[in-house]
Design a protein around this ligand. Structure first.
Ligand SMILES: CN(C)C[C@H]1CC[C@H](N2C(=O)NCc3cnc4ccc(-c5cc(Cl)c(O)c(Cl)c5)cc4c32)CC1
Length: 312
């Protein structure tokens, strides 16, 4: 019912549904105070059932993640029947659809995107999380044609740190690491590196390295770790794919080595930046924002008098 949307409608104009993500629907909305477009992920608690912990996992993770290539969670609104997540809007849609639309990406374009993916994953690992569902469907393109990582519903923050082993077999089969599908205990960050290898292959080739409609046959192909090398791949791309798609996790390249890998740094002349660009500076801009919010809360109409320095 509409009364459930009351709290959301106070601060946002809500427009049409723009997508679905499994057990959620995503609506386009606009922040009244700033006019900014946002994406609102709406979930019905009853429909969530045993998926409710996934939502709590995602919210807890995203509240601790603030990075230029991780989708920003602005606000969470919980009502008796629903959970609303107000998220950064990404009009460019899924990286998956972008690759399909172009058949495959040239090495230089794949490098731009893969540097952003490595930056996001290095940051997420640095915060102690493993994503565990890395795939082009979970990388969205924003209005500046930059990537934003989404869907932290399966991420894990092991108590004993990223070095400790996980048990849950999850994520999408085609991107799952051999050790994960073998059902043995695995290290989340190492499994993420394998998925990044599958992702890089998809960027450069336009199809998957391991694929089969029969999931058991697919698993055997992943465990075997052999994949085709199309003629258009450069030797440096082949070498990087080989370092990522190592069946033995201890042989696999680490995220630290990836940040300075020649394939990623060539043509850039600099390492991949993994630090977040965002820090809450309690400066004038922050003060203006918080004052505007307070004005709104006290019912006084927020207004920005002609303040040129704000627009710089
Ligand atoms: C795996 N796929 C199916 C998932 C779909 C889900 C809908 C997406 N989407 C659109 O359908 N239209 C445009 C659109 C624009 N901005 C978005 C911003 C954030 C999210 C978002 C963020 C998080 Cl953190 C999250 O967990 C979920 Cl589910 C969604 C989705 C957006 C979006 C595309 C990918």
């Amino acid at each position: 019912g509409l009364e459930e949307y009351e709290e959301l409608l106070k601060d946002y104009d809500v427009w049409e549904t723009i997508g679905t993500g499994g057990f959620a629907k995503v609506k386009l909305a606009q922040h009244k105070l700033t006019g900014e477009k946002v994406a609102v992920k709406i979930m019905e608690k009853e429909e969530l059932g045993e998926d409710l912990p996934r939502v709590q996992t995602e919210i807890a993770a995203m509240m601790n993640l603030s990075h230029q290539h991780v989708c920003t969670l602005y606000q969470v609104i919980e009502t008796p029947k629903r959970i609303f997540m107000v998220l950064e809007y990404c009009p460019g849609g899924e990286l998956f659809d972008y690759i399909v639309s172009k058949d495959r990406l040239e090495e230089c374009e794949a490098r731009v995107f893969f540097r952003q993916i490595v930056s996001a994953v290095a940051y997420v690992h640095g915060q102690g999380f493993a994503h565990r569902d890395l795939k082009p469907e979970n990388l969205l393109i924003d209005e500046n044609h930059n990537l934003k990582l989404i869907d932290f519903g399966l991420c894990a923050k092991p108590k004993g740190g990223l070095e400790c082993r996980l048990q849950t077999c999850c994520g999408s089969p085609a991107y799952a690491a051999p050790e994960l599908i073998r059902g043995k205990a695995y290290i989340g960050s190492e499994a993420d590196l394998w998925s990044m290898g599958v992702l890089l292959y998809a960027l450069l080739c336009g199809f998957l390295p391991f694929d089969d409609e029969n999931v058991m046959v697919l698993y055997r192909k992943i465990q075997r770790g052999k994949y085709e090398l199309p003629s258009w791949l450069s030797s440096s791309s082949i070498q990087l794919l080989n370092q990522l798609l190592q069946v033995e996790p201890k042989q696999r390249i680490s995220i630290k080595e990836l940040l300075v890998h020649p394939w990623l740094t060539q043509e850039y002349g600099c390492d991949v930046e993994c630090h977040s660009r965002f820090t809450w500076k309690y400066d004038h801009l922050t003060a203006c924002y918080l004052i505007l919010v307070a004005m709104k809360a006290s019912g006084r109409p927020p207004c920005l008098l002609s303040s040129p320095q704000l627009l710089t």
